[in-house]
Design a protein around this ligand. Structure first.
Ligand code: GAP
Length: 444
């Protein structure tokens, strides 16, 4: 089977055409760095988040969830170092006045927009936090920030979580939510955006046990990649050099992915030491010490932080699943999505839409399969080949057709259906109960 490499253009086009992702506020010409998720993109995103939550929170006894507000007391961002240091180097071309991230320029002497030489000015630090005003007054005192990382909402709830649940070390707090960054140059579709979603864990450990926890989370991050169907061969670890690490980190591994536009950061794993809790303790005046009953001492726990961008994960899934081939003499495009994340788990279809008895039976079959998973689509539009193609493009693993044999035309085939496999186009005849079992096994 021939497959063509995914280009970003092809992915962007499929994402829009099939209702995964649209440019933000498109009817007004869009807004740089913003994208809106359509029905299937949203389903894919929710499936990724649900798997993450199940794997890292629900299946464990040492994890607690939190859903903090995006708006936080600005003192929290002063304490965390983001007001002073969450910035990228910004340069401007003296000729065309366009602005760029200095570290993204191919040649620091040539403007990538107008092509002039020697017009790029000196770099200055540009703070990436979005500022807004809380309340009716518009002065410095009312300035608040849209959180630049979900981690902040976790750290300010460390004490609340400890007081409410009395956890023992090590334990973690997890959060999925929006974060905002005024990126100088949003680019590569949903790879670098200004409004992003993160799935983050702050895992609190005894200071002497950070290396062990770091290693365990490194392994867990690979396990998550496997669970969502990312090919391990496209995932690479990069030990981040000290000068490139965030201000809070003493060790960082970037999990990089082979995107169509090159090998780029997908997720991060950082050792944040006690930097954040100590800083929040000093700035808030509240004790964030933890009574470690095992060791009978009070301490500020150290932190391992696995951080996952939802959009980058979704893009990696789309890029690695995109396929073009020829089936039955016709070119087709399909997404080889893991059934676990696929927006639709199966499609049910009557062979002919103008035969009421077929339609009624197919509806009955769909209802039966929806007991396994609700995301079972219905399609009776156009010929069966077209229905298959539509499902292939959104990555539906199985298409199930109800025909006259299902109704008992051939008595020994009564209550059997055909089940077509997305990747090979192969079909098998099996009982409705076995079709349900196939779906159950695939999404387990
Ligand atoms: N709390 C740690 C933190 O925020 P980060 O490396 O700045 O670390 C974590 O971001 C993850 O968030 C990245 O690995 C990436 O998946 C995602 N991310 C960061 N900036 C992004 C952006 N502008 N657009 C999309 N995803 C982004």
């Amino acid at each position: 089977m021939e497959t063509a490499p995914a280009t970003l253009e092809k992915i962007v086009s499929l994402a829009k055409r099939r209702g995964f992702i649209f440019p933000g506020s498109e009817i007004y010409g869009g807004l740089a760095g913003t994208f809106d998720y359509g029905h299937y993109g949203l389903a894919l995103k929710k499936n990724i988040e649900a798997l993450w939550w199940r794997m890292f929170v629900d299946s464990r006894d040492d994890m607690y969830g939190v859903d903090a507000d995006i708006l936080m007391n600005p003192k929290a961002w002063e304490a965390s170092g983001h007001v002073a240091g969450f910035s990228d180097p910004l340069v401007e071309c003296a000729d065309c006045k366009k602005r760029f991230r200095a570290d993204h320029l191919e040649d620091p002497n040539v403007c990538p927009s107008c092509g002039k030489k020697g017009t790029i000015g000196a770099a200055r630090q540009f703070n990436m936090m979005f500022k807004t005003q809380a309340g009716a007054t518009e002065d410095e005192a009312s300035t608040v920030y849209l959180r630049p990382e979900t981690a902040g909402g976790i750290f300010v709830n460390f004490k609340n979580t400890v007081d409410a649940f009395h956890p023992k070390l090590p334990f973690g707090i997890a959060q999925i939510g929006k974060a905002f960054r005024n990126e100088i140059a949003p680019r590569d579709f949903i790879f670098r955006v200004r409004e992003l979603e993160q799935m983050e864990i702050e895992y609190f450990v005894r200071p002497g046990e950070w290396e062990e926890a770091f290693e365990a989370w490194r392994v867990q991050m690979h396990a998550f990649a496997e669970a969502i169907g990312l090919p391990q061969g496209m995932l690479h670890e990069l030990e981040v050099a000290p000068e490139d690490r965030a201000h809070y980190s003493k060790r960082t591994i970037d999990f990089e992915f082979d995107y169509p536009f090159g090998r780029k950061e997908l997720w991060g794993l950082a050792y944040r030491t006690d930097f954040d809790l100590s800083a929040h303790q000093a700035a808030s005046g509240q004790s964030l010490q933890f009574l470690d009953e095992g060791a009978q001492e009070k301490l500020i726990p150290h932190v391992i932080e696995p951080s996952f961008g939802v959009g980058r994960t979704l893009l990696a899934i789309l890029a690695s699943a995109y396929r073009e081939d020829e089936l039955g003499g016709e070119a087709r495009t399909y997404l080889a999505l893991s059934p676990k994340v696929a927006p639709v788990k199966a499609m049910v279809s009557p062979l002919l839409k103008n035969k009421p008895e077929l339609v009624a039976k197919a509806k009955e079959v769909r209802k039966e399969l929806q007991k396994v998973h609700p995301a079972i689509a219905w399609d009776d539009n156009g010929n069966i080949g077209k229905r298959y193609r539509r499902q292939d493009e959104i990555g539906t693993p199985f298409c199930i057709t109800v025909d006259f044999d299902t109704l008992g035309e051939t008595p020994e085939l009564k209550d059997t259906v055909t089940l077509r496999h997305r990747d090979t186009g192969e079909q098998e005849r099996l009982s409705i109960a076995d079709a349900a079992e196939r779906i159950r096994e695939a999404i387990a």
